[in-house]
Write a protein that binds this ligand. Structure first.
Ligand SMILES: Nc1nc2c(ncn2[C@@H]2O[C@H](COP(=O)(O)OP(=O)(O)OP(=O)(O)O)[C@@H](O)[C@H]2O)c(=O)[nH]1
Ligand SMILES: [Mg+2]
Length: 253
């Protein structure tokens, strides 16, 4: 039996995604050379067991991390990324399970990290590329992005995208920070740290579509966190931080 290859590993957090996960994993396995790490938070609908069955059927390309409570998207991503690093992944992709992130873009995202430390799948590069979202949700997302970019000065059109590919070294550097965010704020918080460490960020245009099956987990708390986090990030930018970054950069070969 060939040994497992986790070189390019797609971290997929799941909470009640039983209808979406199998078709998504089958498409990834059939259409790309990449592997999958499912991070399940004890989904009441049995997604964790389905993920285990996928891993048993494809042991060299699918693996599962079962988390203990408390559950959360941000915690799941962070635990999954650390597991991916421990497995030796050189490229770590983050992707939702609900088909909002089309597997067709995976190759382009990975390809973009040839010349960059992180590639962001962007909904807002060429105008707006979002399908089937209610107008209210779209306006909220656009306003959030504008607000986050104005405060953090991140050089991206889509700071809250959760579809990204990281180079191992850049991700390890970002994960050294005590990251607190759990919702959309996680996405720009990680980019903020990458930027602070002078890592190169590029965007790849994507069309984002509303989830296929299942229910949304967006909450008021997630929105509030996204409103406050840009401010706390910028205010935490003390001269001492910049000095340590400069020293680190100077020490790099
Ligand atoms: N492990 C884990 N995964 C989660 C949790 N909350 C959400 N997810 C997963 O994270 C991804 C994004 O969550 P979504 O509910 O789709 O959030 P969204 O994309 O902002 O909202 P909708 O697409 O409208 O549902 C999906 O794959 C979810 O299953 C959680 O608490 N734990
Ligand atoms: Mg979604």
């Amino acid at each position: 039996m060939p040994s497992a290859s986790w070189h390019t590993l797609i971290v997929i957090p799941t909470y009640n995604e039983r209808a979406n996960l199998p078709p998504l994993v089958h498409r990834i396995l059939a259409e790309t050379p990449f592997s999958v790490l499912v991070v399940d938070d004890q989904s009441p609908d049995g997604t964790g067991r389905i993920a285990d069955a996928l891993a048993t059927a494809n042991p060299t390309r699918v693996t599962v991390l079962h988390r203990q409570p408390p559950r959360g998207l941000g915690r799941s991503y962070l635990d999954g990324m650390r597991r991916a690093i421990a497995l030796g992944a050189e490229r770590i992709i983050q992707m939702d399970a609900d088909f909002s992130h089309d597997p067709d873009y995976l190759q382009a995202l990975v390809g973009a990290t040839q010349d960059a430390d992180v590639a962001v799948g962007s909904r807002y590069m060429n105008g707006v590329s979002v399908a089937n979202w209610p107008l209210r949700r779209l306006l909220l997302s656009l306003a959030a992005n504008r607000y986050v970019r104005a405060i953090t000065r991140l050089p991206v059109h889509d700071a809250t995208s959760g579809f990204k590919c990281w180079r191992r070294e850049a991700l390890m550097r970002v994960l050294e920070h005590p990251i607190k965010s759990d919702g959309y704020a996680l996405q720009f918080e990680m980019l903020f740290h990458a930027r602070r460490h002078r890592r190169r960020i590029v965007e790849v245009p994507i069309v984002f579509v509303e989830r296929r099956e299942g229910a949304s987990k967006m909450s008021r708390q997630v929105i509030l966190e996204s409103a406050l986090r840009p401010l706390t990030l910028v205010l935490s930018r003390r001269p001492a931080d910049l000095d340590s970054v400069a020293q680190h950069e100077a020490a790099r070969p």
